[in-house]
Design a protein around this ligand. Structure first.
Ligand code: SAM
Length: 359
């Protein structure tokens, strides 16, 4: 079976790489739409960086906000952004071509559909600006691969456990900005009714717990994170939650919760650390206690480029962790001792999937 499949791959690839066949597929009426769709897909990959940078220019120049109230002419936009008019026009047309803006018949520019959707989610703009660090590391992808990951700008951005307050503040602010699009999905996917005590490990500045407190005010909440991050969470959460500073690698976990959450935590860590954390969580839970894992996962149907594509390279640049498939997480959970493990559906699996495990 596998040899037959390999022979088929070889035959298919020889055919697709043949320029004569390519010309035929593009000119024959029945195959032309397929050939064009493939060409568009390939061009999307080839030009992806340019589209990202068009988007970055729009965010950095605050163009989307500028056009939120009403359309403007290129001249007015150029004056507001302090750019030459011709260059501004190039950017405005480029941003219209990828639907961030829209060119009106009278030549002015309005906010486009995708641009408006981005305004509704400020976390996206923060992520786009943060991509400067990722793209610096990816400017030479082979060098990054040869050094086995890390060692660049992103590794300095995510320095867990260091004593630099500014670093903790930078990554915690970024995480808090993107947390609303995660918290809503998690809390819609899984009801916390019936759980008296929740512990959020690696809870960052407390953005997730702040949302939990709104929806489930009777829940007793504890956040655990590295001391410098926990201090920020304490300021944000006030009396809404108990905040404990420590490392899940070296310190014991706070006791007493019947549900523990790991939101966008596991994928940051290599297998050894991630498995040790799951074992620790298992031991900290009472019998029938629950673990909720929420993070983007590899091999997500319809979003495969997000998992091993985006997060694979992102975490490589960061120098720690890897995206995991639900099955990989399930087998790690079984190894930790969890008896029942299930993947539950979320609204936008591209940004977050949820696994519920019971001790
Ligand atoms: C990617 S952030 C996610 C934050 C938050 N859960 C969210 O989704 O917005 C990972 C968090 O894990 C924390 N963390 C990393 N290593 C840790 C450790 N050894 N012990 C405790 N927390 C840690 C970081 O400080 C950070 O707040």
């Amino acid at each position: 079976m596998s040899q037959t499949y390999e022979r088929w791959i070889k035959w298919r690839n020889d055919a697709l790489a043949n320029p004569k066949l390519q010309r035929f597929l593009a000119s024959f009426p029945l195959t032309r739409p397929v050939a064009n769709a493939k060409a568009r897909q390939t061009f999307g990959i080839v030009s992806g960086f340019v589209s990202s940078q068009i988007m970055q220019a729009c965010i950095e120049l605050d163009l989307l906000e500028l056009l939120r109230p009403a359309p403007l002419s290129a001249e007015a936009i150029a004056a507001r952004c302090d750019l030459p008019v011709d260059a501004t026009l190039t950017l405005l047309k480029a941003a219209s071509a990828i639907n961030l803006l829209e060119t009106l018949r009278d030549g002015r520019f309005a906010l486009g559909g995708d641009g408006a959707a981005m305004l509704g989610n400020p976390g996206i703009a923060e992520m786009i600006m943060h991509h400067r660090a990722l793209y610096l590391d990816l400017a030479d992808p082979v060098a990054l691969l040869r050094r086995g990951g890390g060692g660049g700008t992103l590794a300095n951005f995510w320095t867990y456990g260091g004593d630099d307050q500014a670093i903790a503040e930078r990554y915690s602010t970024l995480m808090a900005a993107s947390q609303p699009m995660i918290a809503g999905q998690v809390l819609d996917a899984y009801t916390l009714r019936g759980h008296p005590r929740l512990l959020d490990i690696g809870g960052g500045e407390g953005a997730f717990l702040a949302e939990v407190a709104v929806r489930w005010p009777q829940l007793d909440l504890t956040l655990f994170d590295l001391p410098m991050v926990a201090a920020r969470a304490g300021e944000r959460l006030g009396t809404k939650a108990r905040v404990v500073g420590g490392s899940f690698i070296d310190d014991p976990l706070p006791e007493g919760a019947d549900i523990i959450t790991l939101i966008r935590v596991l994928h940051d860590h290599d297998d050894g650390v991630a498995q040790a954390l799951l074992n620790k969580v298992y031991n900290a839970l009472p019998p029938r206690g629950t673990l909720l894992i929420a993070e983007p996962m590899a091999q997500t149907p319809g979003a495969r480029a997000m998992g091993h594509g985006y997060f694979g390279m992102y975490l490589l640049a960061m120098g720690s962790g890897r995206p995991r498939t639900p099955d990989e997480l399930k087998s790690m959970l079984a190894k930790a001792g969890f008896s029942s493990v299930r993947l539950i559906s979320t609204r936008t699996p591209l940004t977050c999937r949820v696994i519920i495990a019971t001790r």
